[in-house]
Design a protein around this ligand. Sequence first.
Ligand code: GLN
Length: 538
Amino acid sequence: MTKYIFVTGGVTSSLGKGIISASLAKLLQARGYRVTIQKFDPYINIDPGTLNPYEHGECYVTEDGAETDLDLGHYERFLNVPTSQANNITTGRIYQNVINKERQGEFLGKTVQVVPHITDEIKRNMRILGESGEFDIVITELGGTVGDIESLPFIEAVRQFKWEAGANNAIVIHLTLIPFLAAAGELKTKPTQHSVKALLEYGIQPDILVCRTEHHITPEIRKKIALFCNVNVNAVIESIDADSIYSVPLLMMKEQLDKTVLTKLKLAHKHEPDMESWKDFLGRLKNPISEVTIGLVGKYVELPDAYKSITESFVHAGARNECKVRVQYIHSEEIYPDNAKEKLGHLDGLLVAPGFGSRGIEGKIEAIRYARENNLPFFGICLGMQCSVIEFGRNVLGLNDANTTEIDEDTPHPVINMMEDQKNISTKGGTMRLGSYPCDLKKGTKAYAAYGKAHITERHRHRYEFNNAYLQQYEEAGMTASGINPESKLVEIVELKNHPFFVGGQFHPELKSTVANPHPLFVKFVAAAIDFSKKKTK
Ligand code: GLN
């Protein structure tokens, strides 16, 4: 029988529920349990696909093409197990399902209400992964903070679920903040007490409290929290600020969060968590023998969460190369032909980011020109790859005003354009090429060398594609299509022959990089940046 763990948040948002959930899952997995994590988001969008990255950070795409919350990226990076649409549910999706059923007459004669119809639908979704039989433990993270109006139906659903499942089958972990008042020189427990009180008002007694704090909490504070929040002292878990999110599983292990959870769920402790390879990764991460600076050119640079998976991929690839990768965000709107050297001259590598729309695109193209002409290692992702095709078209092939039809519908040279079968779709959301697609790699190319095999799959999220009418011209001039979709013949990877590392992918490699499996293209890109920096210093 599957056991359920619910993770709620109190006091404030941004306490890191996603990282705590992923860390606990990692420890349980390292003890031999099959674990998955799902996130329930209280907003009304059906999925985050239509959200501006400034609103909610990056949109994470799963194998099955679901556009999801960026926390799912953490789940995959920690667990190295793919997630799916079932792992991310929003209020919008819950209501959509209920309203669809209402229109189909499923509730005929009844008044459709938040309780029980919405809460029933939430509970049904909470059970889907558990009922698949694939998991021993399902962790459900509730977005938002306890007390928010919009999270109420989810909290009520957790209360009912816990009651119906019975003690030892479902538990609630509440993540709170223990603020430090500098003037008083003290850690304060009152906000936590109030937050637990709020949960109690909704009928939920948390089983475990995880307390975010900047300073170690003393045994006295633990006792006080335990007494006022009705939990055992060993169920008060300290979560101190960490130097890296990847240190959190080990911190939670020290606090015995996994043991406390297993005891409460009446599950066997099996063996101590096997964290050897994780520790090896952390060792490499914390003891680099070289250092490089990679410029990340994009238009959402004010909000680093917009590029979460990319920066985490650099952490994985850096550790693999025993190299500290400093990622410097560079706004694409600030790069012009006459300042490219000044903006990019100090870099060891250039990554041009994914994106939508025309803002900043000319700056991206200029940056790519600089990288191509100066042998600076270049890695283009999605729009970044498309820009490298435009740049090569304009400046090497002499295709004047070459462009993507996303920006200029009337370009004389639509080197990037829309696939025929997508032209008539007008609704937004889910109309893109989304999710995992196969790709065949050409032998003798950098892509083939990186992956070390001929058949791969990668995840996509875009509407526009390389225009195959230009392919021959590009290949003859030295830009090779090193990855091709075997079914549609779409170009998935381009690279330059006469350049130390110039690779663009139509897909999003950053979505598949994990601690256990750093993405090969990121690993090779960082290696190329290390070479470049060595040559520079010589
Ligand atoms: N805007 C481009 C497209 O739709 C690229 C999308 C992306 O970078 N994810 O094809």
